[in-house]
Write a protein that binds this ligand. Structure first.
Ligand code: IPD
Length: 296
């Protein structure tokens, strides 16, 4: 129920802040270290800190909620493929934006989502570098807490109607899947969003395109109001679970999320949203390719 979710949120926020301290320590250490492991290729990275943070989080959840299931990026990578059931399930990315983390680019976060009956119902995204904490509970709104300030309801300002995509600020991520089909789709989409229709057929000439390097922070930034839309191919459930709740509770629309979250469309055309953008709602669009493992 709602009160139970609020109590889980308090636990999850404390956990995110504790993990944040570890992420900051790791970031100091990694700047001078050479212990970055490669998962699949030179752009799909994992560090000892991703693993350490996930272990910390998994242990604390196990202590507090021994019956809850756990899906985590690093556990998954090392072979634990927890099947999604109706049971409460934490879905965790210990460091979302690992490449930023390694480079010292302060846009990375821990993303803690809770799935119940196969729906994301609670999300916490915490960027310890900026001390930005985003939280959301299904049906109870989403909030941003900056530093030691008070929680502010999201979006921070009521979204102005967008006259067209030409006034939109859009995030598009490049991800780690650089295979020909994936990169072709990404480049084509970028061209259509960025290009003028006189030079690019179907070009929408969006006002600006951004790549922040963290899926969870893109969702959160749509919720906050700094982005009008976020589009990516090929996210994992832990990249999107918490962000989905935060964005939806701020009035965002999420389309085509990963199959593990039991969402409908997997064949989504980002350009079909144009007419809806015209009505002034903030859109958050994410498309992934289910059944396409991008790590082994
Ligand atoms: C990745 C980041 C990146 C996005 C990828 C994600 P990770 O997560 O969010 O911005 O493009 O799709 O997998 O590997 O840093 O946890």
């Amino acid at each position: 129920g709602p009160a139970e979710l609020r109590s889980i949120l308090t636990f999850t926020v404390n956990l995110a802040r504790t993990a944040g301290t570890l992420i900051l320590e790791g970031s100091q250490a990694i700047q001078s270290a050479s212990d970055v492991n490669e998962k699949k290729n030179s752009v799909d990275l994992v560090t000892q800190y991703d693993v350490a943070v996930e272990n910390l989080v998994m242990g604390e959840i196990q202590k507090a909620y021994p019956t809850f299931k756990f899906i985590g990026e690093e556990s998954y990578s090392s072979g634990t493929h927890q099947e999604l059931t109706d049971e409460p399930t934490f879905c965790v990315d210990p460091i979302d934006g690992t490449t930023n983390f390694i480079h010292g680019f302060p846009f990375c976060c821990i993303s803690l989502g809770l799935i119940y009956k196969r729906r994301p119902v609670l999300g916490v995204v915490y960027n310890p570098f900026l001390e930005y904490l985003y939280t959301g509970i299904e049906g109870q709104g989403s909030y941003l807490t900056r530093g030691s300030g008070q929680p502010q309801k999201l979006p921070l300002a009521s979204p102005k109607p967008l006259p067209s995509l030409s006034k939109a600020q859009i995030a598009i991520e490049w991800g780690s899947d650089r295979s020909v089909p994936a990169i072709t789709d990404k480049v084509d989409s970028f061209l259509k969003l960025a290009g003028d229709s006189s030079t690019v057929p179907g070009g929408k000439m969006a006002q600006s395109l951004r790549s922040m390097g963290s899926a969870a922070l893109n969702f959160s930034m749509v919720a906050q109001g700094g982005l009008d839309l976020y589009w990516e191919i090929g996210c994992w459930p832990w990249d999107v679970c918490a962000g989905i709740v935060i964005a939806q509770e701020a009035g965002g629309v999420v389309t085509g999320s990963h199959q593990v979250l039991a969402s409908a469309s997997t064949d989504f055309d980002p350009f079909k949203v144009t007419s809806d953008v015209l009505t002034g709602r903030k859109y958050l669009v994410i498309r992934s390719i289910p059944d396409t493992p991008n790590e082994t």
